[in-house]
Design a binder for this molecule. Structure first.
Ligand code: CA
Length: 227
C-alpha cells in the first residue's frame, strides 16, 4: 500500500513516515502544496494524508482540484484545532475523513486502515478503458468485442493498470502489488518487461488505438491517447 503524506512540518512528516513504514506502508512525503498536488495527480497512491495549512497551494485547493479531476483516492485531512470550518469544507470537497492536530498515532493508523478497507473497490466488478473491458468476476478480458487470451498474471497486470489508468505505475509498484515480491535480491524488471510486452501484444496489437504506454525512466501507463 502506497501512502502520500503532504505535510510541511518536517518533524511531523518524519513521525508519520516512521509510523506508517512500521506498518509496512510505502510512504512518499511532499513538503509543499505544489509538490503534493503534482505527485497526487501523476502517481498512483492508495491513500493521501493531506495537511490543510501548507505553503503555496493549501490543502483545500489541492483536494478540490484532485476531486474535480475525478481522482478517487481516499484522502484523510489533518487540520488545526481552530480550523473547524476548514474541516467541514474539506469533507464537502471530498475528503473521506479528518483528524484534528495534535492526534495520537494509533488513532491515525486506525483511521487509515478503515479508509483502505472502505476504499477496496470490491463493488467494482468491471474495469473499462476505451473498448477494453475487464470482467473481474468471470476474469475475462475483451478488447473491441474480441476475447483476450490472458494468463492469470497478465490478467492481474492488466487489472492493476486499469485500476490506475491515467497514472503511471513503476516496475517497483508492479513487483510489489502484482508479483507480491517487494524485496528480491534481483529486481524483477526483466520479468516485468517481458510480461508487459506479451500483454501489450494481446491488448494493443490488433486494435486501432494503443492503450498501454511506456513512460521512459518511470514505468508504464494505461490511458486513452498518447501520454
Ligand atoms: Ca502545515
Amino acid at each position: 500500500m502506497r501512502v502520500l503524506v503532504v505535510e510541511d512540518e518536517r518533524k511531523l512528516a518524519q513521525v508519520l513516515t516512521a509510523a506508517l513504514q512500521a506498518e509496512h506502508y510505502e510512504v512518499v512525503v511532499a513538503a509543499t502544496g505544489e509538490g503534493g498536488f503534482s505527485r497526487a495527480s501523476e502517481e498512483a497512491f492508495d491513500l493521501v494524508v493531506l495537511d490543510l495549512m501548507l505553503p503555496g497551494r493549501n490543502g483545500l485547493e489541492i483536494l478540490q482540484t484532485l476531486r474535480q479531476r475525478h481522482l478517487q483516492t481516499p484522502v484523510l485531512i489533518l487540520t488545526a484545532r481552530d480550523g473547524i470550518e476548514d474541516r467541514v469544507l474539506g469533507l464537502d470537497l471530498g475528503a473521506d475523513d479528518y483528524l484534528v492536530k495534535p492526534f495520537a498515532l494509533p488513532e491515525l493508523l486506525a483511521r487509515i486502515r478503515a479508509l483502505l478497507r472502505r476504499g477496496r473497490p470490491s463493488e467494482v466488478l468491471r474495469l473499462k478503458a476505451a473498448d477494453l473491458e475487464l470482467d473481474l468476476v468471470t476474469r475475462r478480458g475483451v478488447r473491441g468485442g474480441r476475447l483476450l487470451d490472458l494468463t492469470a498474471r497478465e490478467f492481474e497486470l492488466l487489472e492493476y493498470l486499469l485500476r490506475h489508468q491515467g497514472h503511471w505505475v513503476s516496475r517497483e509498484m508492479l513487483a510489489r502489488e502484482v508479483w507480491r515480491e517487494p524485496r528480491r535480491a534481483t529486481p524483477l524488471d526483466n520479468v516485468i518487461d517481458v510480461q508487459m510486452a506479451r500483454l501489450r501484444k494481446k491488448v494493443d496489437a490488433d486494435a486501432g488505438q494503443r492503450l498501454i504506454h511506456t513512460v521512459r525512466g518511470v514505468g508504464f501507463v494505461l490511458r486513452e491517447g498518447e501520454p
